[in-house]
Design a protein around this ligand. Structure first.
Ligand SMILES: [Zn+2]
Length: 62
């Protein structure tokens, strides 16, 4: 799988269906066959980046 944001493959697993891209520092989670992207803010909260990508771009590419 590769990161839809930076196309990097430096992705680490951080939990069940949860991954982290070490290239662009976003969190990826998988549900219903789609990726959901989140940016970790400096205060530790998550903001969704899903709006920046089309559904095609968020399809899981294994
Ligand atoms: Zn990335």
């Amino acid at each position: 799988m590769k990161c839809p944001n930076c196309s990097g493959r430096d992705i680490g697993k951080i939990g069940t269906n949860q991954y982290y891209c070490w290239s662009c520092y976003i969190e990826l989670s998988i549900s219903n066959g789609q990726l959901h992207l989140h940016q970790v803010e400096s205060d530790g909260s998550l903001s969704s980046l899903d709006d920046l990508f089309t559904e095609d771009e968020r399809q899981i590419d294994l």
